[in-house]
Design a binder for this molecule. Structure first.
Ligand code: CA
Length: 360
């Protein structure tokens, strides 16, 4: 830069600075509406509620300076297109389950759930205390996203089946809906695994396009109406022991917000992570009792099936280890899980066992 253009630039810079000093504080430029696309159909119990909760939190915490206009799956883009829509700037933010985006990067699985992975509490411990949030951000930098956990379903059910599962061989040829790395593990047992957006699962199951499905747990599953189609329900699943949901904001949009509003998005999401977990956990027990009273057969997979799930899950995780960032996230999550679960099991694990025994 020659001296003349330097002076010119400086003069312009000075003028801009003076204008800024006289104007309202930086960033506070009136109300702003952010468009949030979601992986959820409108009204889908628990998960759409979580998107709505984050949106309402943001509006309330900014006195309406920031509002969020929610577009359910299919209203602006399809359920599985939200990631690319926000990454490209077509929409400002999404609410969804990040394991839908293992095609973009397999490391995203850890921010929803990996098979034989973390419970909701263990996920929280890792995310907020042991580096999980920073790794979520490291992934987000690749795709121009700023992500936060913003919902949790707790432990998910094994799902709905057209027949009983008595051995691993019963999965052979079974057309089953299961996203993420859990779905890839089920594929190793010979299942024909399909990934179908939540709002389309009922239709797929009732038409016979699939023989079975996992969705979430008793309350959300009952709301979805799967008990109208089949009466065989497995309670505990291997695939989503504490599934996190996420909000991701386009990084340029996020950085254009004031530091206060950036913090609002972070806290609005964190609040929803806890609120949503409580919503699921508070509703699941009564829903399971209703399903059972309505004739649903409540089942548990036998050990031989759990063993097969375990073997397949380990293989799926191992297959992704050649990706450096996947391995980094995996090692961080598993180290945190081991460390925090050691105390959880010897404290609350022992306590609840004794409480059940003493109180009967
Ligand atoms: Ca699920």
């Amino acid at each position: 830069m020659d001296r003349r253009s330097f002076l010119k630039t400086s003069a312009l810079g000075g003028a801009a600075a003076a204008t800024t000093a006289l104007a309202a504080p930086a960033y506070a430029q009136g109300n702003r509406t952010l468009t949030m696309v979601t992986t959820w159909g409108r009204g889908l119990a628990g998960v759409f509620d979580a998107a709505q909760r984050v949106a309402d939190n943001i509006t309330a915490m900014t006195d309406g300076q920031l509002t969020v206009e929610i577009k359910a799956a299919g209203e602006l883009v399809g359920a599985f297109e939200v990631f690319d829509a926000v990454s490209s700037g077509q929409a400002d933010m999404y609410h969804g389950a990040d394991y839908y985006f293992v095609g973009q990067h397999p490391g995203y699985a850890f921010f929803t759930a990996v098979p034989f992975g973390m419970t909701a509490q263990e996920l929280s411990n890792w995310y907020y205390m042991d580096g999980g949030m920073e790794l979520h951000d490291e992934l987000g930098q690749i795709f121009g996203l700023k992500s936060f956990l913003a919902g949790n379903t707790g432990a998910q059910a094994g799902g709905w089946f057209s027949k009983e599962i008595n051995s691993p061989e019963d999965f052979n040829g079974l057309k089953f809906r299961m996203p993420g790395l859990g779905g890839k593990a089920l594929g190793k047992l010979g299942a024909s695994v399909q990934n179908i957006p939540g709002s389309e699962v009922y239709q797929a199951l009732s038409s016979g396009a699939i023989d079975g499905t996992e969705w979430i747990g008793p309350w959300a599953d009952e709301k979805a109406g799967f008990q109208e189609i089949t009466k065989i329900y497995y309670t505990a699943g291997f695939h989503e022991p504490g599934a996190g949901l996420s909000v991701a904001t386009n990084r340029e949009v996020f950085e254009s917000l004031s530091p206060a509003h950036q913090k609002v998005i972070e806290i609005a999401s964190a609040e929803c992570h806890q609120w949503n977990l409580s919503q699921f956990l508070a509703n699941n027990g009564a829903a399971l009792a209703r399903l059972q009273a309505g004739g649903v057969k409540i089942m548990e997979f036998p050990d031989s099936v759990w063993d097969a799930f375990g073997k397949a899950s380990k293989e799926v995780l191992a297959e992704n280890m050649s990706d450096e960032l996947f391995k980094k996230i995996h090692d961080s999550a598993m180290a945190s899980m081991k460390s925090s679960s050691a105390w959880i099991e010897t404290s609350s694990g022992v306590y609840t066992k004794q409480r059940d025994r003493v109180l009967g």
